[in-house]
Design a protein around this ligand. Structure first.
Ligand SMILES: Cc1cc2nc3c(=O)[nH]c(=O)nc-3n(C[C@H](O)[C@H](O)[C@H](O)COP(=O)(O)OP(=O)(O)OC[C@H]3O[C@@H](n4cnc5c(N)ncnc54)[C@H](O)[C@@H]3O)c2cc1C
Ligand SMILES: *[C@@H]1O[C@H](CO)[C@@H](O)[C@H](O)[C@H]1NC(C)=O
Ligand SMILES: *[C@@H]1O[C@H](CO)[C@@H](O)[C@H](O)[C@H]1NC(C)=O
Ligand SMILES: *[C@@H]1O[C@H](CO)[C@@H](O)[C@H](O)[C@H]1NC(C)=O
Length: 548
């Protein structure tokens, strides 16, 4: 009997194949581990073929870009997530928190993608990171009898407005002007809009919430306690947990609302009219009236000379006759006439301010599409005393030096002054006449970014004497990393208070205390998240119990 003799000539190759396959056998990737963990931790089956998008999928870049607003953070050199996870159910989000924590993967959460510094989809400080995109969690349940609504984090604020208006022409919600904002991020920072003088902020009108904490538990207001419920209404996004739902209080609106836009250029008295606006917009005008000022520089197409255009854009909760009366007695310099005014429904007035051409069907709001997508840098200021005309003239000069600048003045007063600074973390209340937002925008990726950054930083320096001081206040929803960033593992409280006090004033201290209780290991973090206090040595026992 002949024993089969191995063919020695192929043996080395065989061995080589054996060795090489074992060498190239990939270690389970971050993504494989994550998928395995998610499957084990979600009550409801996750369809991974559609819910998990990796850079290899052709839909990766389009998905990343879908709701992202600031093109500066989409260029190839900016870090990209390992993958994007798109939950279809609350329990998928829970599993994502549990698994990210278990596997030590840095997580970013995105609702509407409007973060000015892209913190919801870019981590400049930590790699690898993943994005949990709530775009498919967008239910809005309206209960007119109860004057309330449960809204899911991924819904846009425009969808919320639409769903309310579908059920009632005399209910509304006081939040942002731009309809593509995601309620998940928007309300966490305050959420102001055209009804803020009458009803306060979106965050002032939240009555309950469902949040996923660092252990993956879903907590409502009663379960999370009043400290955490306070912190999430204005303390900024992604520091305390993931908001799944907000329960919001609907407010009454009249069936007839009036809107107008009046333009003043340097040639038609822009400086004097704006000087007067500063004295009346917050303190004298009826709370039903919100007039913001949108300021741009533009070139006369014929003569090539530059001018400044100030657009007075208004929403009035009432009819045109009463509006004319209010403006005539308190702000005649505006020169408002009846033909400037359009009477419409509340929903259409919101669309008007958001910039939709008249006649656009409201259903467009259900698409959650943004009309503002460009390369931009922005900053904000709050003003307590009117800026003198000479100060405005210096502002004009600087605006004329930049190609596509935008400055917006938003009036405060009314209900904003009656809510105390510590009611919620948003502290910009009594005494504030208006907020300024400065923007510079560009469309061409080859533009010199540094030039625009330099311009806006110089403008910010120029405006310092006119802004609040100690601290120079800023709006957390107009995220500005120039104000300072957290270092990855060693947060300096002196550095953090540089931005923390500007966004939250004294509320920053309470936010830090609450953060320390609910997330002592700083799982929910980003460049400007609320830092926890370092725990005293020896106090870690491997698990934490927090009672609020
Ligand atoms: C064009 C434009 C117009 C704007 N207009 C207004 C306005 O009229 N009024 C106003 O107040 N603000 C306005 N803003 C600012 C806006 O409120 C903030 O950018 C807000 O954070 C956007 O929320 P988002 O969900 O769309 O953004 P995202 O980028 O998704 O999130 C913003 C931040 O919140 C975190 N976050 C997101 N979802 C959750 C969640 N479910 N739970 C916990 N944290 C979360 C993110 O990680 C990120 O840190 C505007 C912004 C833009 C770009
Ligand atoms: C991504 O690619 C994987 C592997 O090629 C595929 O199974 C999956 O269906 C793709 N997912 C999406 C959302 O296209
Ligand atoms: C709802 O609001 C209306 C108008 O403000 C009020 O009359 C009514 O009592 C409210 N209903 C509830 C249940 O609070
Ligand atoms: C943290 O920073 C402080 C001062 O900024 C420094 O003294 C300390 O050594 C740092 N600690 C670590 C662990 O890096």
């Amino acid at each position: 009997m002949l024993l089969p003799i191995p063919n020695l000539s192929i043996f080395p190759l065989f061995l080589f194949l054996l060795i090489s396959t074992s060498l190239t056998q990939p270690l389970p990737s971050v993504q494989d581990n994550f998928i395995k963990c998610l499957s084990e931790n979600s009550e409801i089956l996750i369809p991974f073929s559609t819910a998990l998008i990796t850079p290899k999928n052709s839909t990766f870049i389009p998905t990343l870009q879908s709701t992202a607003q600031n093109l500066r953070y989409l260029v190839p050199s900016v870090p990209k997530p390992e993958f994007i996870f798109i939950p279809l159910h609350d329990s998928h989000v829970q599993a994502a928190v549990i698994c990210s924590k278990q596997l030590g993967i840095h997580l970013r959460v995105r609702s509407g993608g409007h973060d000015y510094e892209a913190l919801s989809y870019v981590s400049q400080t930590e790699a690898p990171f993943i994005v949990v995109d709530l775009a498919k969690l967008r239910s809005v349940i309206v209960d007119i009898e109860d004057n309330s609504s449960w809204v899911q984090a991924g819904a846009s604020i425009g969808e919320v407005y639409y769903r309310i208006a579908q059920k009632s022409k005399t209910h509304g919600f006081p939040a942002g002007l731009c309809t593509s904002l995601g309620v998940g991020g928007h309300i966490t920072g305050g959420a102001y809009g055209s009804m803020m003088r009458k009803y306060g902020l979106g965050a002032d009108n939240v009555i309950d919430a469902r949040i996923i904490d660092v252990s993956g538990r879903v907590l409502d207001r009663a379960a999370m306690g009043e400290d955490l419920f306070w912190a999430i209404r204005g303390g900024g996004g992604a520091s305390f947990g993931i908001i799944l739902w907000w329960k919001i209080n609907l407010v009454p609106v009249p069936s007839t609302v009036t809107v107008f836009t009046v333009a003043k250029t340097l040639e038609t008295g822009a400086t004097k009219v704006l000087h007067k606006w500063q004295q009346v917009a917050a303190t004298e005008l009826d709370e039903d009236l919100f007039i913001r000022v949108v300021i741009q520089s533009s070139k006369d197409s014929k003569t090539g000379t530059k001018t400044i255009t100030t657009l007075y854009q208004a929403q009035f909760l009432g009819d045109a006759d009463r509006l004319l009366n209010v403006v005539k007695t308190k702000f005649p310099e505006l020169g408002l006439t009846k033909k400037d005014c359009t009477e419409t429904s509340w929903l259409k007035s919101v669309m008007y301010i958001a910039g939709y051409p008249s006649g656009t069907p409201p259903e467009v709001l259900l698409q959650g599409k943004s009309t503002f997508k460009n390369y931009f840098k922005a900053k904000s200021d709050f003003v307590k005393d009117p800026i003198p005309e000479t100060g405005l003239e210096g502002l004009w000069k600087r605006l004329m030096e930049e190609e596509s600048p935008l400055v917006i003045f938003n009036p405060y007063g009314g209900q904003m002054s009656r809510i105390s600074e510590s009611e919620i973390p948003f502290p910009h209340r009594n005494g504030i006449l208006f907020k300024i937002q400065y923007l510079t925008t560009w469309q061409d990726p080859h533009e010199d970014e540094a030039k625009h950054m330099d311009w806006i930083r110089k403008l910010y320096n120029y405006m310092a004497p006119y802004a609040t001081m100690f601290p120079r206040q800023a709006y957390v929803n107009y995220r500005d990393l120039d104000l300072g960033v957290n270092k990855k593992s060693n947060i300096s409280f002196i550095e953090a208070s540089a931005w923390g006090n500007r966004y939250f004033k004294d509320n920053f201290n309470r936010l830090i205390k609450i953060k320390t209780k609910v997330d002592p290991d700083n799982f929910f973090r980003h460049e400007q998240s609320i830092p926890p206090l370092p725990l005293p040595k020896g106090s870690r026992t491997g698990h934490h119990q927090h009672s609020l």
